[in-house]
Each structure stands twice: as C-alpha cells, then as structure tokens.
Write a protein that binds this ligand. Structure first.
Ligand SMILES: NC(=O)c1ccc[n+]([C@@H]2O[C@H](COP(=O)([O-])OP(=O)(O)OC[C@H]3O[C@@H](n4cnc5c(N)ncnc54)[C@H](O)[C@@H]3O)[C@@H](O)[C@H]2O)c1
Length: 437
C-alpha cells in the first residue's frame, strides 16, 4: 500500500535496527521492517524471554550471533547498526538509553523516557553529547488527528487559545488489565499512573499550548475502588475459583477467557501468555497461576485510578486534564480547545471548529492511513507514523522529522513530575524554573 503521508518516498538507505525488549512495543515497531523491507531491517534482538526473542528472530531472519538475552550483551559489542529501539519496561529505560547513545546509536526510546526527572535529563544529555537522534515514543504526536488539531490552532482558526480541556478515559477493563493486575499497577515496579499513562496527554497539552510555558500546576488524585475494602463478600482471590465472578465487571474470565473462546487472540490476551501462543489452554493457565487471574481487589496495585491536573501557561492560558479509569471508552481522548475566535472540539472521532463570527461549525477529517498489517491495537496508525518519522530521520540524517525529540519531550516529562509532586505535597507549584533546569 502506498501512503501519501509517508515522510520521504523513495528513501534510499536501509536503516539497520536493534530491538531491545521484544515485548508488545518492540514487536509492534519492528513490524515496520516487514512493511518496508527496503527502508528498515531488524539485525539484532535482545530479550531475556526466549519465546519473545525467538519470535522476533524468526520473523526478521536474525542471525544467531545477534540474538541476546540482555541489552548489555548488545552494548558490549562494537556498534553494528544505525539505531536501537529501547522497548524495555519503564524502570529499564535509562541505563540502556544512555549506554546506546554513548555508543553512537540513534534511539527510539519508549515513553516514559525514564522514571525520574534526573534520569530523563541524563538521557537527553547523553544523546546531545554523542550527537545522536532521540525519538521518544510519544506516538500521539504522530497521530494525524492530533497533528490536524495543531495545524488548525496554528492557522488561527480558534484565535488566541484561552483554555484547553482534555480527558483521557482509560477504560474500565483496560485499567484493570494494565494498572491493577498488570505491568503498571505498582509504582515501585514501574511508575506512577500519570507518568505511565498520561505523559502522552500532558505532552499533547504542552504541544497545543505552543511556545507558551507552564508557570503553575496543581494536581489531585488517588486510588479508588481497587482495594481490599471493596472486595465483594464471598469472592475468591482468583477469578477462575470465584463463586461471585459472574457479577463482577472486572472478572478475568470475562476479560480474557470469554474473548479467546470467541476467537479473539489479540490484545489484551496476547500479553498475558508471555511464553506461548494464545489459545484457550494458555489463557486458562495464565489465569490459573499468573498475575492476570487475580481478583482486582487482592492485587499489589497502588497507582491512582483518577487524577486531575490544572495548569496555567504564560499569557494566562489555562488547561485542565482528567485521567480516569472508570470509562466505557478505551483511551479515546476527548479535547476541547477554547479560543478567542472559536471552539475546537474532538470527541474521539471527529474534529469540529465552531467559528464565533460566522456561527458555522466545520468538520475537519484528517487522513488516518497506515498499512493494514501494521499495529496490533489502539494507536496503530500513530505507531506507524512515529516509526516512519524516526526511520526517515535516521536515513536522511534529518532530526527535524522527529516530533518527539529531546527538548520538548524532556520539558513535558518535567511537567508530569511537577504535577505528581503537586499531588503528593498537596500544593500549587510554581514551575517557571522547569525551563531553566
Ligand atoms: N508509546 C506507547 O503508547 C506505549 C504503550 C504501551 C507501553 N509503552 C511503554 O513501552 C515499554 C514496553 O512496554 P511493553 O508493553 O512492550 O512491555 P512488555 O513487557 O510487553 O515488553 C518489555 C520487554 O522487555 C524485556 N526485557 C526485560 N528486561 C530486559 C533486558 N534486560 N534486556 C532486554 N529486554 C528486556 C521483557 O522481557 C519484555 O519482553 C514500557 O516502558 C511501556 O511503558 C508505551
């Protein structure tokens, strides 16, 4: 399929890539090589999980000496590719990112950049000093809808932007999957939920605010509902053994087993069977013994289910962000941008601008194209465009193709850390000095 939105057609050079962390994201981004074998080749893979690394090895025909069980094995070798995709768990971003940047590899680094502000700065510093490109996995910046909103703002359709309201509806079973039972449930093991889930959203608000910097931030939020106090009477610790499971919307049997019985083997079923392919037997076994079969009221989760962040930007622009677990929609963000000349709204499907002078409402529909075989779920289109931009940037030595580069990404990450500090310290923070840090 030919895309009219590909950054550079007829790209001459083939970019050699190493995938570090062959899980859901690593596998997803590496699909670009299957779609565009003339532009990207996966030459090595590192992952402690044999099933995951072998799957990628077979798919990309990687030679045996380039298959590693840890990122350090790759870093010990002389540089042998152009770029590294760092797709390891949240707490394992800084070390490989810094090591590979120092070796001279360009980096596609999954979000969050790292789990502390200091580590984020260290990564940016290492990339700057080594002169390598950094593209952070803020995939939404590459979403054609987000891009269209930015174009409409920049074209002055709403006049001066006065207020941005943005909602991230995480989705009731998505939250239970990822933030109660799964990888992002516990801050000490991954990161706080505003960073893990909504660094994307704070980055978007920052992006739409343009050159204006945030001067004040406040935040409130907590973990609601998913705790022992709310466990129904008579409930078991595992859903497969639970006598009241039928009445529970968060039942693992409903979320995973019923789906695989209907023949659905994609996300989230695909990520609970870590060492095998997805079928009724492997899902049943995962629920019987693994983390995803646990009662949502008996997990070691501690991250917020709902959080609000209020921001004031230079010039008086205000922004209000909400992240909430308990929604029907899964990550279908909603945004309203209020300006002096009009109101822009995005309802998760279309972008509309109401013009105050003409009192006309206009629908704007961006082209959301990506190859059908790219993207496993959710933001597949944006994933495609991010990978496209990064591979184009490396091939043409043009960092300007990257929309989630070091400076802006560091800035929005620092804002996330300040928002979380505001929540924890229960005070409004003046963050003008974020810029200088
Ligand atoms: N951009 C986005 O929208 C988005 C979406 C989901 C996840 N993420 C982020 O992407 C990252 C990966 O998430 P995922 O969903 O793919 O998780 P995952 O668990 O599916 O994949 C992570 C992989 O890293 C591997 N790994 C662990 N230690 C390693 C080591 N020492 N060397 C090499 N590999 C190692 C694991 O075995 C696993 O296969 C996380 O930081 C996550 O927050 C980003």
């Amino acid at each position: 399929m030919r895309l009219n939105c590909s950054q550079l057609d007829n790209m001459p050079s083939l970019v050699h890539v190493i995938v570090v962390g062959a899980g859901s994201r690593g596998e997803n981004y590496s699909m670009f090589a299957s779609v565009h074998p003339d532009r990207m080749k996966v030459v090595a893979v590192a992952d402690p999980r044999k099933y995951a690394r072998t799957k990628l090895q077979k798919k990309h025909n990687i030679s045996e000496e380039n298959v590693f069980d840890d990122w350090r094995g790759v870093a010990e070798r002389d540089k042998f590719a152009d770029a590294v995709f760092v797709c390891t768990p949240d707490r394992l971003h800084k070390e490989p990112a810094v090591a590979f940047a120092r070796k001279g590899y360009h980096l596609l680094l999954e979000k969050p950049m790292a789990t502390t502000a200091e580590d984020c700065r260290e990564i940016v510093e290492a990339c700057t000093q080594s002169g390598v490109m950094l593209c952070v996995g803020h995939v939404l910046r590459y979403d054609p809808i987000v891009h269209k909103i930015k174009e409409l703002i920049d074209a002055g359709l709403v006049g001066d932007v006065v207020h941005i309201q943005h909602l991230e509806p995480v989705g009731f079973y998505h939250f239970a999957h990822a933030f109660v039972r799964g990888n992002w449930r516990n801050e000490a093991e991954s990161s706080f939920s505003l960073l893990a889930k909504s660094c994307h959203d704070i980055d978007l608000i920052h992006h739409w605010a343009g050159a204006r910097r945030c001067v004040k931030v406040s935040s409130f939020g907590s973990l609601s509902h998913f705790n022992k106090q709310n466990k129904p009477a008579g409930a078991a610790d595992r859903c497969l053994e639970c006598p009241v499971e039928k009445k529970c919307p968060y039942s693992a049997s409903k979320i995973y087993l019923d789906q695989v019985k209907k023949g659905n083997t994609g996300w989230p079923m695909s990520v609970i069977c870590t060492d095998s392919s997805v079928d009724i037997e492997s899902v049943t076994e995962a629920l019987r013994t693994g983390a995803y079969g646990r009662c949502v009221y008996e997990c070691d989760n501690d991250v917020c289910t709902n959080q609000v962040v209020n921001m004031e930007f230079e010039g008086g622009l205000t922004a209000a962000f909400t992240m909430v677990a308990f929604t029907e929609e899964i990550c279908k963000r909603r945004t309203t941008i209020y300006g002096s000349k009009g109101e822009l709204s995005y309802d998760g499907h279309d972008v509309h601008v109401f013009d105050f002078l003409s009192q006309q409402r206009t629908k704007h529909t961006p082209q959301c194209l990506a190859p059908k075989n790219f993207g496993m779920h959710g933001h597949g289109v944006a994933d495609y465009h991010l990978t496209d931009a990064f591979i184009s940037a490396v091939a043409s030595d043009d960092a300007s193709l990257i929309r989630s580069g070091p400076e802006e990404t560091l800035h929005s990450h620092l804002l996330v850390f300040e928002a979380e500090r505001s929540r924890l310290e229960n005070k409004v923070l003046h963050c003008a000095d974020i810029q200088a840090k």
